[in-house]
Design a binder for this molecule. Structure first.
Ligand code: IMP
Length: 429
């Protein structure tokens, strides 16, 4: 029985969904601690593909209780749609979904401000998902946010919505030249969420502590990735929360001594959506080739992902910032047809080698990656289930990553299906 955190080691989209799904088979509790409906896990239910943005995909395993922690920003409309969809597919949610009463709500003005801000700033575009994430966290930090607990008191909710909308209308009208929002309509809409969400609202910190004392198997799932972290990512091209492992404690109300293991999900190459520097990014044809081979399109926005070689500077940084115990290496099979494969081992800037991921964006934008070149394996790894059966060059690729970062690759994914996974013997959940 243990508490495991799964986090993204790059810029998100590392394939966390599949690994979380696999490991939640044995989990009693799956918990999210940050982000919101900017995340997306594709799931297939009765032949229909569906993307869950808020509810952890662990909900598909009937024994699992799913948690949305205080660090998450909750869009009630998205949440209720997901609940309704899952129920329409015969999945019983009752008693299996718990949402922190301390979590902040995404309001309609957060989405409008997110989009307006992006539209206005020609130079400083972040390339957000437009889900209102940044503005919701701004209100949280500004101490003007509206929390789920506020839904329980009509007077408090009405007062807070009015205060916020009066202020947001000024910004929307005067700065962004947008229409004013209707206080009454939004208040009515949010008042109606109370009854619909009531049964799911709980004190998550108390629930988690009890689950840990009861020696439950707990899987804590980070959304996005290390390089999108507000503190440690490629700021300002980041999301507005802490996807790193440290965020799990503040986002769920548990102490660091309760964590047993941190597993970093890392793709066998690198991708990112949105703007910002990306040292090992491919140019031209190679980018398109990799995007097609890996089906690299965003789950939430459908945007084409930018692609590049595996970057060990990033992998080392993720290992340090998150205290990673091991990696789960995903999408190895996407490299199956390549004759040679590069791994970036350092950057060079102003004739100096850089091995620690820099904070300065100018360095990141202008640095040149230094590569080692490995021979590809040029056979399909998709049917392989045992590490020893991997082609020698694939093993060499994995072992090179292990030696460059100094932590083991304990899970290897060679395709999207649950069974297309190789577990190293040493890995136990
Ligand atoms: P926001 O989280 O919508 O504010 O977007 C900020 C940045 O994070 C943008 O570059 C987005 O593309 C990126 N981002 C947000 N969520 C995800 C995700 O789940 N996967 C990958 N990138 C994401």
């Amino acid at each position: 029985m243990s508490v495991n955190i799964i986090i993204g080691s790059q810029w998100g989209d590392e394939g966390k969904g599949k690994i979380v799904d696999l490991l939640s088979k044995n989990a009693d509790v799956v918990a999210r601690y940050q982000g919101g409906a900017n995340a997306g896990h594709s799931i297939v239910l009765q032949g229909d593909k569906y993307i869950l943005h808020l509810i952890p995909s662990g909900i598909l395993h009937p024994q699992t209780t799913c948690i949305i922690g205080n660090g998450v920003v909750v869009d009630p409309g998205v949440l209720l749609d997901e609940i309704q969809f899952l129920e329409s597919k015969g999945i019983n949610i009752s008693g299996r979904l718990l949402i922190s009463h301390r979590a902040h709500l995404i309001m309609p003005y957060h989405k409008l401000l997110d989009q307006a801000q992006e539209d206005l700033s020609a130079e400083g575009k972040i390339g957000t998902t437009g889900r209102g994430i940044g503005p919701a966290y701004v209100d949280k930090v500004n101490r003007t946010g509206i929390r789920i607990v506020d839904l329980l008191d009509k007077d408090i909710l009405t007062h807070k919505i009015q205060l916020n909308i009066n202020q947001k209308n000024q910004i929307l009208e005067k700065i962004y030249k947008r229409d004013r929002l209707d206080v009454a309509a939004i208040t009515q809409e949010y008042l109606s969420f109370d009854k619909k969400m009531d049964e799911y609202i709980a004190d998550i910190s108390i629930y988690m502590e009890q689950a840990i004392r009861d020696r439950k198997n707990i899987l804590i799932e980070g959304a996005q990735g290390t390089l999108l972290d507000i503190d440690f990512g490629t700021y300002p091209y980041v999301t507005s929360s802490n996807p790193i492992s440290g965020g799990a404690c503040t986002g769920l109300g548990i102490g660091p001594t309760r964590i047993d293991r941190v597993i970093g999900i890392i793709k066998a190459y690198t991708t990112r959506v949105g703007h910002g520097p990306f040292p090992t990014e491919f140019s031209g044809e190679m980018s398109n080739r990799m995007r097609e081979l890996g089906d690299e399109y965003g789950a939430t926005t459908g945007r084409p992902r930018r692609c590049g070689w595996f970057d060990a500077v990033i992998a080392n940084y993720a290992a340090r910032i998150n205290g990673l115990d091991c990696f789960a290496l995903t999408k190895l099979d996407v490299l199956d047809t390549l004759a040679e494969i590069k791994i970036c081992t350092a950057y060079r800037f102003d004739e100096r080698p850089i091995t620690n991921f820099p904070a300065d964006l100018r360095t990141l934008k202008q640095c040149q990656p230094e590569y080692i070149i490995l021979a590809g394996w040029e056979v399909s790894t998709k049917p392989i289930r045992d590490y020893n059966d991997l082609p020698e060059n694939a093993k060499k690729y994995i072992e090179t990553i292990e030696s460059l970062v100094g932590i083991p690759v304990s899970i290897i994914s060679v395709g999207p299906d649950r069974d297309q996974t190789i577990f190293q013997e040493r890995f136990r959940l």
